[in-house]
Design a protein around this ligand. Sequence first.
Ligand SMILES: Nc1ncnc2c1ncn2[C@@H]1O[C@H](COP(=O)(O)OP(=O)(O)O)[C@@H](O)[C@H]1O
Ligand SMILES: [Mg+2]
Length: 271
Amino acid sequence: MTTATNHRTPASSPNVTPALEVRDVSKNFGAVQALKSVSFNITPGKITGLVGDNGAGKSTMVKVLSGVHAPSSGTLLLDGEPIVFSNPGQARAAKIETVFQTLELVEEFDVAENFYMGQELTRLGPLRIRRTAEMRKEAAVAVGQLGINIPGGVTRKVRTMSGGQRQAVAIARAAFWSSKVLLLDEPTAALGVRETAQVLEVIETLRDQGAAILLISHNMKDVERLCDNVVVLRQGRKSGHLTGEFTGQDCVSYITGAVSDLDTNEAGDGE
Ligand SMILES: Nc1ncnc2c1ncn2[C@@H]1O[C@H](COP(=O)(O)OP(=O)(O)O)[C@@H](O)[C@H]1O
Ligand SMILES: [Mg+2]
């Protein structure tokens, strides 16, 4: 029998088409090989973990997937079609949203204004006022659907909010614009226990709504609880890919190099 926390199914489940396929992606910065022929899938309704030591290449991977960096080689496929992003706007247009560790919220804006930031709502005059009401309504619905409780609602300014509330808003904003792929870089770093729990619940809600989620985390308890499968990067290579039943300790073994799939298979990719 499955339990409330045991929702995993094999990552190789044949009837689930990946939302985003990463194929043999490498990224060099001059002589530094940040990513070396890394392959994995991000699947709708699943949370894929991306873990590894500092400098392993996690943020570089997120930046390749979000259009910040072009890969040096390799291919990205969106819904099975090869796709190339020349800038982050193109990735967002393709419904890939990223929550960077820095969040990129505007402190002096309220929640609704942050939701629409950079999305071209620049009409002036009475039209703008009507649009503001619409924006607030839509943002409130989006926040409500994720079960996020922000006392004061969407007209609350970000600068008055706690770290957990900000994280939740940043994730809700990304979810608002993306029905497809969400890339989350350390969404619970620097949060307290209660705030972390709130943010994890938001991520699970998005998963249940069918989003394909990539979750970078250093917290192996969170990874163990949330992720359906976990890609481990070590010195730019995929040293392991955990699926089915695994523990946080299994992840740690791959992260530290105590265990590696690279010995038997250079690409680190199972048959
Ligand atoms: N813009 C860059 N220019 C040069 N080197 C970089 C750049 N970004 C990352 N690197 C290097 O790539 C490697 C992987 O970094 P990063 O992806 O940030 O790792 P992680 O997020 O896993 O800690 C590191 O050696 C880092 O110094
Ligand atoms: Mg990083």
